[in-house]
Structure formats: C-alpha cells, structure tokens
Design a protein around this ligand. Structure first.
Ligand SMILES: [Zn+2]
Length: 109
C-alpha cells in the first residue's frame, strides 16, 4: 500500500465523501478524472463501476454490476449521490487493499 493503514483510516474519517457520476455507456471510461465513481449505465442497465483505488496506488478498479458476471457487486446510490457497494472490495493483486464503500466513505478492513 502506498499509505500506511493508520493514515488511511484517519483520512477516511475526514475526507469528502465520494460521489457517483453516470455515463451512458456499457463500460466506464479508461481515464478517471477524480475521486468520484463512474457508473456505466446503458438502456437502464448498470453495467460496471470504475474508480481509483482509495489506498493511493492510483490503480483503476472496475467492478462488474450485472448479475450474470462473476464476481459482481451491488451498487446503491443515496439521494445525495453517495454510493454504497456490496460486498467489500478485496484486491487479489497489486496493493491488495480490502475495504468497504458505504455512503461515499471508505472503511478499511
Ligand atoms: Zn491501491
């Protein structure tokens, strides 16, 4: 991990919540501009969500949302645009970060 875990936990308490932006496509864009999550939605179907790894390594994470995909995640968006993901994200490669995203906040495991 790029940042020590104590730092990440402290930072996640005070950092601004992440928001969800929606693009009309079946895949999220390759280049992600900021901390927000980008949801690829087409024909009223949510395909995938992409965002930069919150540990600071800068890797682009893409999670499948369609139920047919294995694995896939469930994405909820509250009325203020803050996303929640279920289940947690556990990277098996790279920085091996393991975290939950709830209401736009990162919770480290
Ligand atoms: Zn990372």
């Amino acid at each position: 991990m790029t940042h020590p875990k104590w730092f990440l936990k402290m930072w996640s308490c005070v950092a601004p919540r992440r928001k969800l932006a929606i693009v009309n496509a079946d895949t999220p864009p390759e280049h992600l501009q900021n901390r927000n999550l980008i949801l690829a939605r087409e024909d009223d179907e949510d395909w995938a969500v992409a965002f930069r790894c919150p540990c600071g390594c800068g890797d682009r994470l893409e999670l499948q949302l369609i139920p047919e995909a294995k694995p896939h995640w469930v994405l909820h968006r509250d009325e203020r645009g803050h996303p929640t993901l279920h289940p947690s994200v556990w990277r098996k490669t790279g920085c091996r970060s393991h975290f939950w995203l709830r209401s736009g906040r990162i919770f480290w495991c």
